[in-house]
Design a protein. Structure first.
Length: 345
């Protein structure tokens, strides 16, 4: 390749030499390209985990936080006055309601909160993609009414807690319930309303229903009065639709699901100060009365707890008078102790 062609070389030899030079140059160029590609792929492979990690955190930072995650991560809140209804605002400030049935209403923006006692509080909210969660805690012996920012009305029973956004996001309406509440959901076909708990999720568009899910109860119940809801229980592959006048029960131990037709008004009567019973065990009645009046009831005889009762109890009366109403059909003795009541035969 370093020799200069002599004057007497033939055309064929000159062409052959030219072709060898061009072929050698082409191979050298391809080799350089392969080396560049290998270096590029190696660099890309090294950067890929970093890019994926940055993308994950970027998307995670933009994602709307779920109410389930908030409930799991939220610190245990201790009301400053555990005997009164307490509203915990987004920054942790507590507002205590003096009434036995606390009344709370949120403005459409969620920034203004009106209390039944005449208080009106302004709270600072985050951006629309990261909702500010509030909590209403209702102790035993109290009840509460709350009107959410979308117009949904919620009646919360004794010993219950409701977690919700002060203002719902553009994508969803979700609340988290521990205990019992009646929901009258404001209709919005583009944004279904979901009531979540540790073992179930209920999705609605606009309807009226009652949910009872106390941690100490073995069975959780949902009663639909009007509209339509889809209910999904823990570990279930898919949910099912409920129709009005239906009671759905889920046994948390056996995981058994059962449904039956009922009169929904029997399960909504506590909102109006009554307890309607249909062949209910005295043990179940005692549990409900204990929550309502914030006074525990004990049994001196376990068999007494399995006796049944049907009727309508006026909860505006004191606890002992309510128990005497039951005693008219079921023989037992009422023993009043300091802070509790004992029932025995």
């Amino acid at each position: 390749m370093g020799h200069t062609p002599k004057k007497g070389w033939s055309k064929e030899r000159k062409a052959d030499l030219r072709n060898r030079i061009l072929t050698s140059a082409k191979k050298e160029k391809e080799l350089r390209m392969r080396r560049r590609r290998r270096r590029f792929y190696a660099a890309a492979a090294a950067l890929l985990p970093i890019v994926l990690t940055l993308g994950y955190f970027f998307n995670a930072s933009k994602a709307e936080p779920s109410i389930d995650q908030f409930v799991r991560d939220m610190p245990t809140a201790t009301p400053q006055n555990p005997d009164k209804v307490t509203v915990i605002l987004g920054e942790g400030d507590q507002v205590t309601l003096d009434e036995d049935e606390g009344h709370v209403e949120y403005s459409e923006s969620g920034s203004n909160v009106s209390m039944g006692n005449g208080k009106s509080i302004e709270q600072r909210l985050g951006n629309a993609d990261k909702p500010t969660f509030n909590t209403v805690m209702v102790p035993y012996g109290k009840r509460s009414f709350i009107k959410l920012s979308d117009g949904t009305k919620v009646w919360i029973n004794s010993g219950s807690k409701l977690v919700f956004p002060a203002a719902f996001s553009k994508k969803s309406r979700e609340v988290y319930l521990e205990g019992e509440a009646i929901f009258e959901v404001a209709h919005n076909k583009d944004k279904p309303f979901r009531v979540k708990s540790s073992k179930q999720s209920i999705e609605v568009l606009g309807t009226v229903f009652n949910v009872s899910h106390y941690s100490e109860d073995e069975v959780m119940q949902t009663v639909l009065k009007s509209g339509s809801i889809r209910i999904t229980y823990e570990n279930a592959d898919e949910g099912f639709l409920m129709k009005p006048g239906t009671l759905s029960s889920f046994n948390k131990k056996s995981k058994k699901i059962s449904t039956q037709e009922v009169d929904p008004d029997d399960y909504f009567s506590w909102r109006d100060g009554f307890l309607t019973l249909d062949n209910s065990s005295l043990g179940e009645i005692a549990s409900r009365l204990s929550r309502y009046y914030n006074k525990p009831i004990f049994f001196g005889d376990n068999e007494l707890a399995y006796q049944t009762f049907s009727g309508r109890l006026d909860l505006s009366e004191d606890m002992v008078r309510v128990l005497r109403t039951i005693k008219e059909t079921t023989a037992f003795e009422i023993v009043e102790n300091q802070g509790s009541i004992l029932l025995k035969q």
